[in-house]
Design a binder for this molecule. Structure first.
Ligand code: ZN
Length: 315
C-alpha cells in the first residue's frame, strides 16, 4: 500500500512514494519557491501527480514547519512561508483525488524514527532535532502527541534559564538558545575568545574570518579540545532539559537528530551524564536509552507518508 510523503523545507521540497515498510519506492525533489504560498501549492500538486504515475497512492502526507491544527488540516502559522490560518489541506484536496493530511515537519520526522528507525522497539519516545534550532516530537503510548490545539511538542521552547537569552519565539531562556547548532557556535566563539583550550578555534576563526557550524563539526571530528568542550556544554544543557522531559513524559528512549547529532557518542555521553545528575527522584527512576536518529535525510517524507496512510486506514 503506497502513500506519498512531501516535505516542504526552506530551500527544497522533497517528495517520495513510500511503501508500508517505510521503504522509499520513488523520489522527486524541487527547489522551494521563495515566500510564495500559491507557488508552493502548485509545486506540491505537480510532484504528487508525477509521483502517482504507476504507484497508485492511497493518501498524501505533507510535512511543513509551523503550527498545524490537530485535525491535520490548517497551518495556523509557518515561520518561513506567509501562511496564516491557511486551509492547506482543503486547497490540496480540491486538486488531488486522494485524502491529504498536513503535519508539522518535526512531528513527521519523529514519527518516522519511531516507526522505522531508532524508536521501533519502544512505545514512548522523545525526539530532539538539533539543527539551527531545537525541534522535537513526542510519541506517547504508540501515538504522536500533538496537544489539544495541535501546537504541542515544541520541545525547543521549554524554558531552562529564567530571564535567560532571548529566543526567536519571543520568550527568554528556551532550551533552543542553549542546545541548538546556533548555541554550539556561540559556545565555540566564547571558547575562542578565552583562548586556552579554544586556541585552535581562535586560529580557524582568524584564518577564515568567522567560525561556521561545519568548522566546529570538523574540529569535533578531529578531537580538538575546544570544540569538544563546546559540544560538552551543549550536551550538558540538553541532558538537563531531558531530565525535565523524563520526569513529565517518562519515555523509554530519547533520540537525537539533526546535524549536530552526527557527532554521535561524543554528544550522547554528556547528555546521559547531565540527565542522571538532574533527574528528579534520581535512583528510583528506570533509565531510558539515548540514541542517534537513523533516518537522516528521509525522515520527513517517510513520516508524512506513514501518517497519511494510517489516517487513510482509519477512515
Ligand atoms: Zn523559544
Amino acid at each position: 500500500m503506497h502513500a506519498i510523503g512531501i516535505d516542504i523545507g526552506g530551500t527544497k521540497i522533497a517528495g517520495a512514494v513510500v511503501d508500508e515498510f517505510g521503504t522509499i519506492v520513488r523520489e522527486d525533489r524541487r527547489p522551494t519557491p521563495a515566500g510564495q504560498a500559491g507557488l508552493i501549492e502548485d509545486v506540491v500538486v505537480s510532484m504528487v501527480e508525477r509521483l502517482s504515475e504507476g504507484s497508485d497512492p492511497v493518501a498524501v502526507g505533507v510535512a511543513a514547519a509551523g503550527f498545524i491544527d490537530s485535525s491535520q488540516s490548517t497551518v495556523y502559522y509557518a515561520p518561513n512561508i506567509n501562511w496564516r490560518n491557511e486551509p492547506f489541506r482543503a486547497k490540496l484536496e480540491a486538486r488531488i483525488d486522494v485524502p491529504v493530511i498536513i503535519e508539522n515537519d518535526a512531528n513527521a520526522a519523529g514519527w518516522a524514527e519511531f516507526r522505522y528507525g531508532a524508536g521501533r522497539l519502544v512505545s514512548d519516545m522523545l525526539m530532539l532535532t538539533i539543527g539551527t534550532g531545537v525541534g522535537g516530537a513526542i510519541v506517547a503510548g504508540d501515538r504522536l502527541f500533538r496537544g489539544g490545539f495541535g501546537a504541542g511538542a515544541e520541545i525547543g521552547h521549554m524554558r531552562v534559564v529564567p530571564e535567560g537569552l532571548p529566543c526567536g519565539c519571543g520568550a527568554h531562556g528556551c532550551i533552543e538558545q542553549y542546545g541548538s547548532g546556533r548555541a554550539l557556535l556561540r559556545m565555540a566563539n566564547e571558547l575562542a575568545d578565552a583562548r586556552g583550550i579554544g586556541q585552535v578555534l581562535a586560529d580557524v576563526r582568524a584564518e577564515k574570518g568567522e567560525l561556521t557550524g561545519t568548522d566546529v563539526g570538523d574540529l569535533i571530528q578531529a578531537g580538538d579540545a575546544g570544540a569538544l568542550a563546546a559540544l560538552r556544554q551543549l550536551g550538558t544543557w540538553l541532558g538537563q532539559a531531558c531530565a525535565s522531559f523524563g520526569a513529565v513524559l517518562d519515555p523509554q528512549l530519547f533520540v537525537f537528530g539533526g546535524g549536530v547529532a552526527q557527532s554521535g557518542e561524543q554528544l550522547l555521553e554528556p547528555i546521559r551524564h547531565a540527565y542522571l545528575e538532574n533527574l528528579p527522584a534520581r535512583g528510583y527512576h528506570p533509565e531510558p536509552e539515548f540514541a542517534i536518529a537513523e533516518l537522516v535525510n528521509d525522515a520527513g517524507v517517510v513520516g508524512a507518508a506513514d501518517l497519511a496512510r494510517i489516517r487513510y486506514q482509519e477512515l
